[in-house]
Design a protein around this ligand. Structure first.
Ligand SMILES: Nc1ncnc2c1ncn2[C@@H]1O[C@H](COP(=O)(O)OP(=O)(O)OP(=O)(O)O)[C@@H](O)[C@H]1O
Length: 251
């Protein structure tokens, strides 16, 4: 075992975010080490999506700062891929599954160049990885919710980012798709990527993730699942007594 201190992929300092002056994230300090597969858990309205949006500069904080590998997000955009929450995407525009995945390559091309054979090959490989190759020419609006989710994952894969953010990637997908997605997330981690996932199913946290952050407006706890995924932190986060719930399979 080496004692090397891991690099910090994301550093959040004293972050406070408010909508209409009502704070929804309060004084968050959070350091996410490079190479973790991390779940962000907390009840509805805890601020999980808001935290992702703050890191990605989609929402301006009231106070505090976020850095990505030591620099502001706008300087590190190319290092980051984001799979938004399914319901937040307008799927009605006329474009094929393959086109959507190809869009993931635009960042590395710059403004002038159009995607060519190399990008198409990458996109097809990613489609194959998520099991969607047969649907490459299908209009995106004519895919099921779980299939659309796979397409968005494929688009993130071709970005070849260092850090992946996913907002509830398992929402509304069947068990097979869920297993396929988690397999890909584990492969990304194995390749040294940092993967950060908003997740609701507490039951699967120990199986899927190696790192977890408990959030409920404030940061309750963060660290290795083996150390901090326990009744005490679950109770503090969800306000219910979780004793024995995990072992009894009630979550
Ligand atoms: N655009 C907005 N304007 C005003 N309030 C908002 C806005 N977006 C979110 N909120 C509020 O901010 C709080 C945090 O919302 P957020 O979506 O970050 O929570 P979440 O933990 O991701 O919830 P969920 O598990 O339900 O997806 C909630 O109380 C929500 O109602």
């Amino acid at each position: 075992m080496d004692d090397e201190i891991p690099k910090i992929a994301i550093a959040i300092d004293d972050l406070t975010v408010a909508y209409n002056y009502k704070p929804v994230l309060w004084d968050i300090d959070l350091q996410i080490p490079e190479g973790v597969l991390m779940a962000i858990v907390g009840p509805n309205g805890a601020g999980k999506s808001t935290l992702l949006k703050s890191i990605l500069d989609i929402i301006k904080p009231l106070a505090g700062s976020v850095t990505v590998y030591g620099k502001p997000y706008k300087k590190q955009r190319d290092l980051v891929a984001y799979v938004p929450q399914k319901g937040s995407v307008d799927w009605d525009f006329p474009t094929t599954a393959l086109d959507v995945v190809m869009m993931g390559t635009y960042g590395s091309l710059g403004w002038i160049k159009r995607p060519g054979q190399k990008e198409k090959k990458l996109a097809l490989e990613a489609l194959e990885k998520v099991g969607m190759l047969p649907f490459q020419n299908r209009q995106i609006s004519q895919l099921s919710g779980g299939q659309q989710q796979r397409i968005f994952l494929a688009r993130a894969l071709v970005q070849n980012a260092a850090i992946y953010f996913m907002d509830e990637p398992f929402q509304g997908v069947d068990a097979t798709t869920e297993k396929a997605i988690i397999q890909i997330l584990k492969e990304l981690r194995k390749a040294g990527k940092t993967v950060i996932v908003v997740h609701h199913d507490l039951q699967t946290v120990p199986e899927y993730f190696d790192w977890v952050t408990f959030l409920n407006v404030k940061k309750i706890a963060t660290g290795p699942v083996a150390q901090i995924f326990n009744d005490d932190n679950l109770t503090k986060t969800y306000g219910i007594n979780y004793k024995t719930s995990i072992t009894e399979g009630k979550l």
